[in-house]
Design a protein around this ligand. Structure first.
Ligand SMILES: [Zn+2]
Length: 146
């Protein structure tokens, strides 16, 4: 029998530079596992950030709302799309200025919790990210967001 090779993607997505401890949250946000193999690296040495988590998912291609959600996990996450074993696209994720329909307002009296209104949040200056609800102006603090 031959030795098992390192798991490499044929067609799928690599989510890299996740802050340590967020790989499991990333899987949860993406509703994984679905079909296809997944490899998860936790506490991997990284020249740029000391340690990081990394997730590789065969057969996964993300849509914009999923990418916006993932971006909330940390700064400068990298998403790499692999086709036929080679890298076809590499994107550094950034949290958009406006998050539409992604966060839930924690203010129980906010209109978005009483009616069928899509939430809109504005990113505030600085990191960790804070977001202001367009309707009630309540600030969502880091750690409350996801
Ligand atoms: Zn609100």
């Amino acid at each position: 029998m031959s030795q098992p090779r390192d798991f490499r993607l044929t067609d799928g997505t690599v989510i890299d530079h996740l802050p340590v401890g967020t790989a499991a949250r990333a899987l949860e946000l993406l509703g994984l596992p679905r079909e296809g193999p997944i490899t998860v690296g936790i506490n991997i040495p990284s020249p740029s950030q000391g340690r990081k988590d990394i997730v590789r998912v065969e057969g996964l291609f993300l849509e914009k709302p999923e990418l916006d959600r993932l971006a909330l996990l940390g700064k400068h996450l990298t998403v790499t799309i692999v086709h036929e074993g080679t890298i076809s696209e590499k994107t550094v994720l950034d949290v958009p200025e406006r998050l539409i329909g992604i966060l839930t307002c924690r203010n129980p009296t906010c209109v978005t919790n009483a009616e069928e209104v899509q939430t809109v949040f504005f990113k505030q200056e600085g990191y960790p990210y804070r977001f202001k609800c367009e309707y009630c102006e309540r600030i969502t603090e880091p750690g409350e967001a996801l």
